[in-house]
Design a protein around this ligand. Structure first.
Ligand code: FES
Ligand code: FES
Length: 82
């Protein structure tokens, strides 16, 4: 299997995160439980990225898996080819 991420979708996932809670963002794009890891990265060479919320808030997790600021969306998705 390739170690390149696949695009889960070209828009971020808005998630309400809870202070002190940790989340494991899917970096490979293969999880069926986006934007979080479900173990499907096995064999890809990719691993999830841990995110710990410092407060209760809404965050935008990257859905395209090409962000430069993983695990959060940095707008890179808008420049991806169709
Ligand atoms: Fe994608 Fe785990 S399923 S990083
Ligand atoms: Fe990936 Fe925005 S969804 S950079």
């Amino acid at each position: 299997m390739s170690d390149a991420p696949i695009i889960a979708r070209k828009t971020p996932y808005r998630v309400d995160v809870a202070e002190g809670k940790s989340y494991f963002w899917c970096a490979c794009g293969r999880s069926q439980n986006q934007p979080f890891c479900d173990g499907s990265h096995k064999g890809t060479g990719l691993v999830p990225v841990k995110y710990t919320a410092e407060s209760d808030k809404k965050v935008f997790f990257c859905g395209c898996k090409h962000t430069g600021k993983a695990p959060l969306c940095d707008g890179t998705h808008s420049g991806l080819p169709d």
